[in-house]
Design a protein around this ligand. Structure first.
Ligand code: ADP
Ligand code: MG
Ligand code: MG
Length: 912
């Protein structure tokens, strides 16, 4: 359920609209001079800023100008209309382009044509549509045919223009025109678009215009200026299309940023066999290898390469060797040599891997875009290490190059090379990982099935921006067309999702919902496995193995450890978790939840006996059964974490969580523990609470039943004594949960100290220990100064602190939190990324007040936020000593902590 958002609201709700007309909002670029530069992404958008930068560097960039992102704000404030005062400045800039080019816009003899390109601050691949060849109409197309002496090219450009324009600006369903084109090709028995003749194209243009009229009720606009204004407006509007919004939400791009519009004179890759268009990466974005890597198509324009209309060809000779194609290096050696020169120059200039777009018109190379390329985590690590070796970047920069969250990709399983498998087909290794799932053929179904708890692989001929939601829902993506730079490949890499692209050995039939490969016919719902690192597709489910981390990873982690101030611990309840976390570099346990130890089949009954005991004696009898079990758990945890601190939290959840709920289970239990069924049932019923999360739990359990904590403390102390006898050095940290009142902690601290001293006396062994508390209730943060008197450490339990500060139940918020995020009320889910202003303020207050009472008070965080990079940056700023997170997030936290240290030193810049 989505609450509809109006454009104005979703774009600008949180900011008051600045209605002041900016002094400058049109930025010109042509032949070596540019008003803007790469540092101006916030007003020129990434594309515009880099077009300006490349122009200033002297690279061949077709002249044009950028209308700033501020105008996007004005556009929405003006009810989705371009304000009148924008027009004169645009006309002025366009006239400057005309004089640079020696051609006129709308000239019937030799028309100047434009591309209209969107470009936001952060790159949003394929989200905003580009219009090419703007300025063509029935008259100017003849002029272009004559001036170029290539009627076919002129008419090909015209039909493309109508297709793009009616889709992007007139909002027509683009498949109608595509089908018309496909029908004609079929009728003429053509395989490729390039086979269409002038006559065919003329027929198509006529048909297209008729269809536009039929479907939209409008005549296709012929006046170039009319075309231009409407195109500019359409680009601004496209900032708020559902697919743009989805992408923004996914990547946490604020809707207030807006897009810029670039108006740029056209160059043509569709002028015949001496013309081409392509995209390239200065290094391999999948592996990180230092190999120039890209794809091109001869006699093509714009998005042809990305859209997978024809299979694109490799740029370098090396890459082409394994294919039936000829490389650009061989076909157009001069243009290739120039491209090589420019890409090297660009990579040095930006000191990072670039993703570039270019067009070759009659042998001449034009640069159309450069941006820092997206990459897999593996590639990011490899590039950072290589660039360190190349002395292109410093150690500090190498850390800023890697998005901590992306490391998640590396920590996930890959396919087991030993396991038997049946290969169905092989495509391109577009984005690594090993996943299996049931095949579905549409994004809608991917989303539906996912909601039903199924794992799916989205299988498409190719993907488009409409498929984003389905790609998010799927385990992996498989396409039959499109190359390494196709939409599917780029977006999947950005998401860190496994993808096999361009799998031509396979045939997808949407109508019958089947997929054919190697004689197998697979239906919707059948299971396949993808290997995104090799491009292989397997029948059924293939076993996976745990990841192994390479030396680049180790190296970057070392750099991070050297820089960070925050310590990184883990939340671990079992020896297995603890040793996994040690392997990932955890420096101790920040939270061991003792209740998880009670759920084992051999323990739960003893626990239940304890809970339903009638009196203290019975309870103590049951606790005595639990004591050795707890002790042995602590023993193993301490042993694994020897030399590092281990924080044990005493029992926290409400007791009813441990008792059986159905009659059948209750009956069985009554037999096992020898208690009357009805009596047992009544006891269990008695434990019911209306609001258990705010009920009888945490330290409140021990205020009423002190013997529970006594037993746990004894188990800890005895385990420590055993280890000390073995010559190990252990110093446990005992943590009391859900403290609101200083008195609670005073009492329970005394209980703890008393019990430990008792054990120490019994065993004649002394050891160091500390007693602290969780700060997870607002009152505790507010009263931190008094509470600190009884605490050696504070651990902020930000999960509960978020619940209790916002009055927001974690278990029930799912129903409406999505709307809060999509409407911008929360920038991010506050259970994922800490609400800095509110919950964060309590953390800050807690640290400051606590340290006022006890300057050496140790502080840390053990909520989910301890593994979230943005929250970690905040915890660094407020001066916590450590964060604690789940084992698999330990490397992420190590890197994030180092970045927090670096970023606190310099002004916060958007680095990725
Ligand atoms: P996206 O943001 O989706 O990459 P672009 O604005 O870069 O969209 O446009 C897509 C493609 O259109 C470019 O890669 C290029 O091939 C083509 N294109 C854009 N502007 C021009 C131009 N002025 N001349 C020729 N081709 C262009
Ligand atoms: Mg582009
Ligand atoms: Mg808690």
């Amino acid at each position: 359920m989505q609450v509809p958002t109006s454009q104005n609201k979703s774009s600008k709700s949180s900011e008051s609209v600045n209605t002041k007309i900016p002094d400058k909002f049109v930025y010109f670029f042509a032949a070596g001079e540019a008003d803007g530069n790469a540092g101006m992404k916030s007003i020129l958008g990434g594309k515009g800023a880099n077009l300006a930068e490349m122009t200033a560097l002297g690279l061949p960039v077709p002249p044009g100008f950028t209308i700033s992102t501020e105008i996007c704000t004005h556009f929405f404030a003006n009810g989705g209309q371009l304000p009148e005062w924008v027009r004169p400045k645009v006309k002025e800039a366009l006239a400057r382009v005309e004089s640079k080019m020696g051609k006129k816009f709308g000239d019937v003899k030799d028309p100047l044509l434009f591309s209209i390109r969107s470009g936001a601050r952060a790159s949003m691949p394929g989200m905003m549509d580009t219009i090419l060849n703007l300025g063509l109409n029935d008259q100017t197309v003849e002029g272009l045919a004559q001036s170029s002496n290539q009627p076919r090219f002129a008419w090909d450009s015209y039909r493309r223009f109508i297709q793009m324009y009616s889709d992007v600006v007139l909002g027509m369903n683009s498949t109608l025109l595509e089908v018309t084109l496909e029908d004609l090709k079929e009728e003429k028995k053509y395989k490729l678009d390039t086979e269409l003749t002038v006559e065919d194209l003329k027929i198509l243009v006529k048909k297209f215009k008729d269809l536009v009229h039929q479907m939209t009720g409008q005549v296709f606009p012929a006046d170039p200026w009319d075309q231009l204004w409407r195109a500019i407006s359409a680009v601004f509007s496209s900032w708020d299309t559902p697919r743009a919004i989805t992408y923004r939400e996914l990547h946490h791009i604020p809707s207030s940023w807006g897009t810029a519009v670039n108006v740029q004179s056209m160059v043509f890759g569709n002028r015949g066999d001496d013309s081409a268009t392509g995209v390239a990466f200065t290094r391999d974005p999948s592996t990180g290898n230092k190999e120039f890597f890209g794809e091109y198509l001869i006699n093509a324009q714009g998005e042809d390469v990305v859209a997978g209309i024809r299979t694109p060809q490799p740029i370098t000779k090396l890459a082409a060797e394994k294919t039936p194609f000829k490389s650009l290096e061989e076909v157009m050696p001069l243009a290739y040599a120039e491209l090589e020169k420019f890409y090297t120059q660009l990579e040095r200039h930006y000191r990072d891997m670039q993703d570039i777009e270019f067009t070759i018109e009659k042998g001449k190379l034009w640069m159309l875009q450069t941006r820092t390329g997206k990459r897999t985590a593996k590639a990011a690590l490899k590039m950072a290490c290589d660039m360190l070796d190349e002395k292109l970047i410093s150690e500090e920069e190498s850390l800023l190059r890697i998005d901590p969250s992306s490391l998640d990709q590396l920590l996930h399983p890959t396919l087991d090379p030993q396991s038997a498998k049946t290969m169905l087909a092989k495509g391109l290794p577009a984005s690594p990982g090993g996943v299996h799932g049931q095949i579905v053929f549409s994004s809608e179904e991917a989303v539906e099935w996912k909601e039903k708890g199924k794992k799916v692989i989205l299988v498409r001929i190719e993907t488009s921006p409409e498929d984003i939601a389905g790609m998010v829902a799927a385990q992996g993506i498989l396409t039959t067309r499109g190359g390494m730079t196709s939409h599917a490949a780029v977006v999947a890499r950005g998401m860190g999702k496994c993808c096999v692209a361009g799998c031509g050995d396979m045939e997808v039939d949407y109508r019958n919902q089947t997929m054919k490969a190697k004689g197998y016919v697979l239906k919707k719902g059948d299971i396949i496995t993808l290997d995104g690192s090799s491009g292989e597709v397997y029948l059924g489910e293939v076993k996976t193995i745990e990841p192994s981390l390479d030396q680049n990873f180790e190296r970057i982690m070392k750099v991070a450890d050297h820089i960070r101030r925050l310590k990184v611990r883990t939340n671990a309840d079992t020896p297995k978790d603890a040793s996994t976390a040690r392997g990932f570099g955890a420096e101790g346990i920040g939270l061991c939840r003792t209740e998880h130890m009670f759920f084992g089949p051999d323990r739960i009954d003893a626990m239940r006996e304890m809970i339903i005991a009638d009196n203290k004696t019975d309870r103590e009898k049951a606790l005595l059964k639990l004591l050795p079990m707890q002790k042995s758990d602590f023993y193993s945890l301490f042993k694994i974490m020897e030399g590092f601190p281990v924080t044990i939290r005493l029992l926290d959840p409400p007791l009813h969580e441990f008792v059986p709920h159905g009659d059948k289970e209750t009956q069985e239990l009554s037999v096992r523990i020898g208690m009357d069924f009805e009596k047992l049932k009544a006891k269990i019923k008695n434990l019911h609470e209306f609001n258990p999360m705010l009920g009888h739990r945490g330290c409140r359990l021990a205020i009423t039943y002190p013997e529970i904590y006594q037993m746990q403390v004894r188990a800890i102390a005895e385990a420590v004594c055993d280890l000390i006898k073995e010559g190990k050095s252990i110093s446990p940290e005992i943590m009391i949960p859900l403290v609101a009142l200083e008195k609670e902690l005073e009492v329970l601290r005394e209980l703890t100290v008393h019990e430990i001293e008792k054990v120490q006396r019994e065993r004649s062994i002394k050891f160091k220990y500390t007693v602290g508390t969780m700060i997870e209730l607002p009152r505790a943060a507010i009263m931190a100064e008094s509470i600190a008197e009884y605490a050696d450490f504070f651990s902020f339990g930000t999960n509960d602190l978020t619940q209790t500060t916002l009055g927001l139940s974690r278990d029930d918020a799912g129903r409406f939190l999505g709307s809060y995020v999509s409407q911008g009320l929360f920038a991010k889910d506050p259970f994922v990324s800490i609400d800095k202003k509110g919950v964060g303020a309590l953390v800050k207050m807690g640290v400051e007040l606590g340290r006022r009472a006890k300057p050496d008070l140790k502080t840390g965080v053990c909520g989910e936020h301890g593994g979230d990079p943005e929250s970690i940056e905040f915890f660094h700023q407020v001066g916590l000593d450590y964060v604690s997170c789940s084992p698999y997030r330990v490397p992420i936290a190590r890197l994030a902590a180092a970045r927090a240290q670096l970023l606190s030193k310099r002004e916060r810049v958007l680095v990725l």
